[in-house]
Design a protein around this ligand. Structure first.
Ligand code: SF4
Length: 337
């Protein structure tokens, strides 16, 4: 393993995830490709954003990293300071250990927490199931510790989830994800269900826990303004594929892919004098069950040409950290479109 690979907590190579759709009468089983040929590195210690419309495959990609979605091709490697795993040939014992190192924070804090358990039991459950403590006292000690870090007080531990607001519930979800001391967190639309006024509070908590616990996040969101606020790198997905990856400031200062440009221009401006026109995305994202040939974005791209309809663009490297998959990004750059 080279030094660069050791700096990445997650590396995927040509990762594809397919789900069976059913069988044709005489023919073979049909599959839908939710994620297609994704090669991506997530540096250790980063707050890595993954953005795209719903149906772009973001959640499936995140689940594949947790080994909770069926990988049909390619592989996922995991490296931290202590262990390295290739998920394709991981043993049962290693998988147990791997799952202690990864956690998922769900979108909906209302559905994620059992209404019949107290907050104390909700927080204690993962460490008890993983066998990380040897007595009730030790478990309670860890519960109190993580609750305090996530700004929950002792009184909260005796209550049931229904007694809390959305923001407080998401803090409970975060505390539950962090209590086992993981290294890598997949946060899937973790603030999407919250009021804007609460979102900043939860994002700040995620950020402060990153510093305190040395975490790496894959932060999945459809909202680029949230990504801009918190992530240091971003990958943009469209219909199961990566179309652009870049450091956040670079992506926002100079997006290259027409889809990224359309997403960025749809962010409302706070400047009343800003009369730049939003580049509106026409139509819906096509179904992954029958994706268009060539560039998957060509059915909605105002710059599509014949080659876009036939040939799939490969990722072009502008630098080690900035890639784009578009046949015409250089021409569009020159014409300043
Ligand atoms: Fe648009 Fe063609 Fe680029 Fe696809 S390859 S984004 S269709 S210009």
């Amino acid at each position: 393993m080279n030094d660069q690979a050791q700096n990445n907590i997650i590396s995927t190579k040509n990762l594809s995830v397919s789900f069976p759709l059913g069988k044709t009468f005489f023919g073979p089983k049909l599959f839908v490709k939710a994620v297609s040929n994704i090669t991506l590195d997530i540096p250790r210690g980063s707050f890595f954003g993954l953005v795209g419309e719903s149906g772009s495959g973001k959640t499936t990609f995140g689940r594949a990293l947790l080994k909770a979605a069926p990988v049909s091709n390619g592989h996922v490697e995991y490296h931290d300071e202590e262990v390295s795993y290739n998920l394709n040939d991981i043993t049962k014992e290693e998988l147990k250990d791997y799952r202690k190192r990864m956690q998922l924070i769900f979108q909906d804090p209302y559905a994620a927490l059992s209404p019949r358990m107290t907050v104390r039991d909700i927080l204690a459950e993962p460490i008890e199931l993983m066998g990380l403590t040897s007595s009730r006292e030790e478990t309670d000690e860890k519960v109190r510790e993580i609750a305090a870090k996530c700004r929950l007080n002792l009184e909260h531990l005796r209550r049931f989830p229904h007694a809390f607001s959305g923001g407080q519930r998401q803090r409970i979800s975060i505390a539950r994800a962090l209590i086992s001391n993981p290294k890598f967190i997949v946060a899937d639309e973790s603030v999407a269900a919250l009021d804007v006024s609460i979102q900043a509070d939860v994002l700040n908590l995620l950020k402060s826990m990153q510093k305190e616990m040395g975490l790496t996040y894959l932060f999945i969101s459809h909202d680029l303004s949230v990504i801009a606020h918190i992530c240091d790198q971003v990958a943009v997905m469209y219909l199961g594929q990566l179309v652009e990856t870049a450091p956040t400031h670079e992506l926002f200062a100079g997006p290259k892919h027409p889809y990224t440009k359309a997403l960025l221009s749809a962010i409302p401006s706070l400047d009343p004098d800003d009369d730049s026109k939003a580049q509106r995305l026409e139509g819906e994202i096509p179904s992954p069950a029958s994706p268009p040939p060539g560039c998957k974005f060509h059915t909605r791209c105002p710059f599509a040409t014949d080659i876009c309809k036939k040939d799939e663009p490969q990722l072009d490297y502008l630098s080690v950290t900035h890639t784009v998959a578009c046949h015409h990004w250089k021409d569009l750059e020159t014409s300043n479109t």
